[in-house]
Design a protein around this ligand. Structure first.
Ligand code: 3PG
Length: 311
């Protein structure tokens, strides 16, 4: 009797699920690597305005090279596209630099605990600036989000006001970025990958003059020399890693935004923060008090309840 083997190919729905799963796993893994190298760089070289600029520069360069070598097809964009992109880029720049300033002052885990409060900002902005109404459970889900973040903040061993405010400003800026980019991406045929590439380039142009004014080449040269002397030539690879991984994780997240609903995206983003918080606490031996961890867990649970309530 010949042996018969039946292989069942996954149907369309299962294939989509596998694809989204792969996007998520890649997005989180790239994000964890970015956060680790970003913090290693900031510990040795505390100039967040320059490191933020370098992340955008690396992404812009990688995408220009991909277009020039036809690894990726360059988008066809007109002046109208850049005009629509401008508010997205302003918000992206503010959110990025504010998060990096925050991480230069406090533990990575603390920045991400505060950043898990982003849905609360999203609801408040939509309610008070856009006039959107939500069902009661959505507002109720903000109680654990805000309460959990507050509990974590007041029990944080290395609390720093600049670090806290940086994460809060980043939350607010990214809510606007998401609102503007959803609008912008709807009306364009540009892919998620190219949309993010253009966003990096415009943000780089916006951020560079500010980085020069706030920190400037003199500080950078002295700090760079100091870091290379302390760490050795490996420091340069850390900078390269944080810059390249910053671009890659954002690119994958914009590519998945193309495929999934904003709701699935925000659940994915929260899970991403859990993996960053846990891995950074392990790698940097961040001291955590039980009540501090409880605050983080309540805030994260709140963001899950928020996703359920919004559904
Ligand atoms: C940044 O530097 O832009 C932040 O680390 C971004 O954080 P997020 O993408 O996890 O919101």
């Amino acid at each position: 009797q010949p042996l018969e083997i039946h292989i069942e190919l996954p149907d369309e729905q299962s294939r989509a699920r596998i694809r989204i799963g792969l996007y998520f796993a890649t997005w989180w893994a790239l994000n964890v690597v970015f956060n680790i190298y970003n913090k290693k760089v900031l510990n040795a070289f505390p100039y967040p305005w320059l490191t933020s600029t370098l992340s955008l520069a690396a992404g812009s360069l990688m995408m220009l090279l991909s277009w020039a070598t036809r690894v990726a097809e360059a988008p066809k964009v007109d002046l109208e596209f850049w005009k629509m992109l401008l508010p997205v880029a302003v918000a992206h720049t503010i959110g990025h630099v504010a998060a990096t300033v925050s991480m230069s002052k406090v533990a990575v885990s603390f920045t991400h605990i505060i950043k898990s409060g982003e849905p609360a900002f999203s609801v408040l902005v939509s309610r008070f600036l856009l006039g959107d109404m939500f069902p009661l459970p959505v507002y109720l889900s903000l109680v654990p989000i805000i309460g959990g973040c507050a509990l974590s903040a007041v029990t944080e061993l290395n609390f720093n006001m600049t670090g806290f405010m940086g994460a809060m400003i980043s939350n607010l800026a990214f809510v606007f970025r998401n609102i503007f980019s959803k609008k912008g991406m709807k009306g364009t045929t540009v892919s998620g990958m190219n949309y993010y590439a253009c966003l990096s380039m415009l943000s780089l142009a916006l951020l560079t003059p500010f980085a020069i004014v706030v920190e400037g080449p003199q500080m950078w040269a002295a700090g760079w020399w100091n870091a290379v002397t302390q760490i050795g030539p490996n420091f340069i690879w850390w900078v390269v890693a944080q810059s390249v991984f910053y671009h890659l994780y954002n690119q994958v997240s914009y590519m998945s935004l193309d495929q999934i609903s904003p709701l699935t995206f925000s659940i994915g983003n929260t899970m991403k923060r859990v993996s960053v918080i846990v891995s950074s606490i392990i790698i940097f031996h961040t001291p955590v008090q039980p009540v501090n961890a409880l605050g983080a867990a309540i805030a994260i649970l709140g963001t899950f309840l928020y996703s359920q309530a919004k559904q």
